[in-house]
Write a protein that binds this ligand. Structure first.
Ligand SMILES: [Zn+2]
Length: 497
């Protein structure tokens, strides 16, 4: 997918380019200066020659050499690219720039627009403060806010990027004149690929209403949920320094930890972790600490993720939070120092199973055998089995026999029916109005949006002859006040979109 622009990026040096405009001071392997884009008395503007990017930790702007020129001269990215090409005697054929490249340019422009808009919206800022997201984290990640579909579209039109941006499906065309931003009035979390380019967004509502709590960019040519990890670009240096990554469930868990100084943190993109994501992570570290919610749902999720991490050759340390706590609430209750110490003391999976087996040999032998089956490294597998045999006299041959993988049936039957009903019937009610646990409500919202890949497979395995009838009767039983609600809302809305 190499384009002329990639070539140009490779051939120009960011330090040379920026030095033409401002004076850079060398600090270690980087350079810094007072930021030319905001009133800056302490140098907060950094340039990394090894990554060929700049980043201001005061106002949040960042990008490559072309982006710098475009901001400094107040011209579009493509104009800046042309100017640089001319200056460095390279030929750049605008027609030859790949479609994906133009989509990425548009995404970057939109991310900047969101970021600028955040600081004009007190409610969104207040929301982020309440969630415990620090100012420096806001800037590092370029967190934003979507204030107006119209302003966004006008900007894209002005820069000739509207057609390209439409391909992200992040805005919806309503008619010739009107578009709607999918993320309107939401706090925006930009999602970057490992080289730092914005490829999509996550949006969190800031008011309690009936809209989904989170939405993500739909998959597109440049954005594949299953193939990227949230926070990897921001965390990768810290992962290298610490020698391990902390894997959490959601964007806001990651942002909170980052704010509190645990910066080697990544999260999947609003879906369960995939094998591709585990492979990606394994390029940066061999050790993962799994920090999920301390409730049954969180532990079940951990049990589903562990095999995927093991298969990618990663060493796993499950971190068990006290029942009822998630990383966020744990930090609020006990402080980050305590969380760090829980993380530090969390032992490697097989080591901890070896230890625990003395409590309940039958149960842990089964777990040990089960997880052992996912190790790709034969030598390690045999060595672990031998150690287990030595301690508990369970023969290696038994331990190395694969456990028949039981189907993970984590959801009760009636919940599966509710989810399948939301997915297939699209009833005219909001999950928010139902008295269901929060995690189930989130699944309902995903079901309504038709995100089949985000729902547990078991949901689709439920066999019900008359789904509509069973769905409503299950809801009736789940919701004592349901009948009233149904009256108020009227009958099924069968329009499938
Ligand atoms: Zn700045």
């Amino acid at each position: 997918m190499s384009s002329d622009i990639d070539e140009l990026r490779r051939e120009i040096d960011i330090v040379d380019v920026i030095s033409e405009y401002i004076t850079l001071e060398r600090v270690g392997s980087n350079y810094r200066a007072n930021c030319p884009f905001h009133p800056d008395r302490t140098p907060s503007f950094y340039v990394s020659p090894s990554k060929q990017i700049f980043k201001c930790f005061g106002c949040g702007v960042g990008g490559d050499a072309i982006k710098f020129v475009s901001l400094y001269e107040n011209i579009s990215y493509l104009e800046a690219a042309l100017e640089l090409a001319k200056k460095y005697g390279k030929s750049l054929n605008i027609q030859k720039i790949s479609k994906n490249e133009k989509i990425l340019i548009a995404l970057d422009r939109v991310a900047d627009f969101y970021m600028e808009s955040l600081h004009k919206n007190e409610e969104a800022l207040e929301y982020l403060r309440k969630r415990g997201i620090s100012g420096s984290t806001l800037k590092r990640f370029g967190i934003g806010f979507s204030p107006s579909s119209e302003a966004l579209v006008n900007l894209l039109r002005k820069e000739g990027l509207l057609e390209d941006y439409l391909k992200t499906k992040n805005i919806i065309k309503i008619n010739e004149e009107t578009y709607r931003d999918l993320f309107l009035k939401r706090v925006i979390v930009p999602i970057r690929n490992p080289s730092g380019r914005v490829i999509g967004f996550g949006g969190r509502r800031i008011r309690e209403d009936s809209s989904p709590k989170y939405i993500n960019s739909p998959d597109s040519d440049v954005f594949k949920k299953g193939k990227n990890l949230f926070g990897l670009f921001e965390a990768k240096d810290y992962i290298k320094d610490e020698g391990f990554a902390v894997l959490v469930e959601g964007y806001f868990d990651a942002l909170k930890l980052f704010s509190e100084g645990i910066k080697n943190v990544v999260a999947p993109l609003g879906t369960a972790l995939t094998e591709d994501q585990a492979q990606l992570l394994s390029r940066y570290t061999k050790t993962v600490y799994l920090l999920y919610d301390g409730d049954t749902a969180g532990r079940n999720a951990m049990n589903r993720v562990i095999p995927i991490l093991l298969k990618a050759g990663l060493e796993v340390h499950p971190v068990y939070l006290p029942e009822g706590h998630d990383p966020d609430s744990f930090i609020d209750a006990f402080g980050v120092k305590e969380l760090k110490s829980i993380i530090k003391s969390s032992r490697e999976l097989f080591e901890s199973l070896l230890e625990k087996a003395s409590e309940n040999l039958e149960k842990y032998t089964k777990d040990f055998r089960y997880f052992l089956g996912f190790l790709r490294d034969d030598i390690k597998r045999i060595a672990l089995a031998a150690e287990y045999e030595k301690r508990y006299k369970v023969p290696v041959e038994t331990l190395l026999q694969p456990v028949k993988q039981e189907k993970v049936n984590s959801l009760p039957w009636n919940v599966k029916v509710v989810l399948k009903g939301f997915y297939e019937l699209k009833p005219n009610i909001s999950p928010e109005e139902l008295e269901l646990p929060e995690d189930i409500k989130e699944l309902c919202e995903k079901a309504i949006r038709g995100e089949a890949h985000e729902l547990p497979e078991e949901v689709f395995e439920v066999n019900v002859s008359d789904l509509e009838k069973v769905f409503w009767s299950v809801l009736d039983k789940l919701q004592q006040n349901y009948r009233k609600l149904r009256k108020k809302k009227g009958v099924l809305n069968k329009s499938f979109r």
